[in-house]
Design a protein around this ligand. Structure first.
Ligand code: CA
Length: 222
């Protein structure tokens, strides 16, 4: 796993490089935006917003246009509007300085999950059938027209029937963020998904404060 650290605070960078290497990450460190753009491709970029040569948000957009790497912004600017601006600029998540390494590591793992291959094949749960490769979902013999996001959410649930899929994992895999206010967005999309599934929506149970679970038994229980 290749990590590019873009950070001009040498002390912080040195500590992060050591901690990341201890976790077996392959780390490259640069101190300017120019060097970040010239660096070899990475799987994940840790990007300090306050750099000496470029605007961090502009660099974030440039990095996003050039690669599919996950981007986590390291910022001292804790205001909400900056977070939103950064997410629109292509960042996957944020860590506000000062932060502990365990927090950063948890966010790195959440962002990198999106790079994992999606579950393939056909998942059949009760009357519901989700064909991942064909990107189609059926209740009985009726195809259900879903948006891409609804399809991704349903696929995550159908891939692990009877198990609760955590909300933060759904946010990480579908929206590439674990930012808590996004739970509201997840809730809205789950509502529209349920609406489209009709009676089969009873198979999806909300596990309050945790996530969602899909199982054929829920439908039988009514
Ligand atoms: Ca800085």
């Amino acid at each position: 796993m290749r990590v590019l650290l873009v950070e001009d605070d040498f002390r912080l960078a040195r500590a992060l490089v050591t901690a990341l290497r201890n976790q077996e990450y392959d780390v490259a460190h640069v101190m300017t935006g120019a060097d970040a753009l010239a660096a070899p491709a990475a799987d994940l970029v840790l990007l300090d917003l306050g750099l000496p040569d470029v605007d961090g948000f502009a660099l974030c957009r440039q990095l996003r246009e050039r690669s599919d790497a996950g981007i986590i912004v390291l910022t001292a600017r804790a205001e909400e509007r900056d977070r939103v601006a950064g997410l629109r600029g292509g960042a996957d998540d944020y860590v506000v300085k000062p932060f502990g390494f365990p927090e950063l590591q948890a966010r790195i793992e959440a962002v990198l999950r999106r790079a994992r291959p999606r579950p393939a094949g056909v998942h059949a749960v009760g009357r519901l059938r989700v064909d991942v490769d064909g990107h189609t979902a059926f209740v009985g013999t009726s195809e259900v027209a879903l948006t891409n996001i609804e399809f991704q959410l349903l696929t995550m649930l159908a891939a692990e029937p009877g198990r609760t899929v955590r909300s933060d994992r759904m946010l990480a895999e579908v929206w590439h963020t674990t930012w808590p206010p996004m739970r509201r967005t997840l809730h809205v999309h789950m509502s529209t998904l349920r609406g489209k599934l009709g009676e089969a929506a009873r198979m999806i149970r909300t596990v309050r404060g945790v996530g969602y679970r899909l199982s054929a038994a829920e439908e039988e229980a009514g």
